[in-house]
Design a protein around this ligand. Sequence first.
Ligand code: HEM
Length: 452
Amino acid sequence: MTTIARSPETAPGRLPIVGHALRMKRRPGDFLLSLQASGDAVTVIQLGPKQMYVVNEPGLIRELLRDPETFARGGPITERFRMMFGNGLGISEGEFHRRQRSVIQPAFDHSRIVGYTALMSEVVATRVESWPDGQQIAVDKEMADLALTNVTKVIFAADTAIDIPEFVAATTVVLSGLFRRMTDTIGLTRLPTPANLRYRAATEYLRRTINQVISDYRQSGVDRGDLLSTMLYARDDDGEPVMTDQQLHDEVMTFFIAGSNTISNTLSWALHEIATNPEVEQRLHDEVDRVLAGRAAGYHDVARLEYTRRVITETLRKRTQGLFLSRVTTRDVHLGGYHIPAGSDVLYSFHALNHNPAIHAHPERFDPDRWLPERARAIPRGAFMPFSIGVHGCIGDQFAWVEMIVLLATITARWRLVSAPGHQPKPKLAITMPVDSLPMIAHRREVGVASS
Ligand code: HEM
């Protein structure tokens, strides 16, 4: 039987010329959530002259993610990413992507993650020791430094000349600049304004720094067993290097950005949520005191830190890292009975899924126990995909879980972080979801004793 596919409805509120561009620019999260709440599985939106399809229904999003040949990489995010990451793993496709992924995958094997955990545990333990008791610290910056230091250790085992704070500052400028460029339909981001010049300088700084490290590695000729060495010394069947210097640069850049901001943003938001939910804080302290008794967490503690894991999971839901992602259709396709023509931009939003009250009751409530197995069963299968799925799903997901649990447990075992008086952190519009700033007062906890 042939089914006739229908064209999706256009979202309400379209204005002349700009269409939905202003809503998408100002409050993209709310706009995408409103499309999901409308009940349409697929909706059309108009951003200036460009028409896009938004897939709202989780089952259809999974279908799209499982068919990378029809829903190829492309659309507004990918095109902006390409400016930054060239043909790195987060951009490449097909056979080339498969080959790159198989070269890189061993760097994320279980045994390697165990090794990285020992390093991360040491990094976080040393870092938090330097916090001044009773004083204010910039938690967002602390988390950014920690996450970048950790990903640096995955990519380069050797000490490098990278200035971590400067590198963090540059990646932050680039990520918010990329977001502005994604929603810029009239070319404002090409003007020589101070913000645009800062963006260009930050991009250039990152490029230069990474190329310098690659060149240092090449000159030393030593295989250090890290990600860069894995890529540098990979050979094809004819014994030729698999990757050019440009490809190495693109992969390193991809890992720096993909593997640092997502982690530091999630940890910052988790610490904010813990500080504003006393019951969550108490239960977390009880768990880390029982499991760690004040020491730093290691790989073998992770399985026992169940509540810590639920706190992270709930943070990944409530503070979704990424408002939306995009693909482009390579052929005419029927998705859930809707017709989408070849060459269309298709958007999907994990943020909207994670805030849809039909999927998560009281979505603005921070409730780690919604992830208790008996309650989580009620969440429709596949509605929660923080690391996405399919061939382009996150290669760093297992590493990310372990890193976030180890860091959060080690920090909260030793410190109680209290929100700075009068400060209410806000999400910054960027590709991921950073907090604008997070000053908190650090109080050293008595080791191994649950706080009252
Ligand atoms: C909270 C932490 C993280 C979250 C929420 C996250 C989320 C995601 C998501 C949703 C994707 C799919 C993007 C798409 O479809 O275009 C992705 C891809 C990717 N992630 Fe992560 N990620 C995290 C941490 C990491 C870490 C720690 C690394 C590396 C050290 C990493 C490296 C990558 C790479 C390279 C890709 C592209 C994979 C491919 O296309 O083959 N991510 N991540």
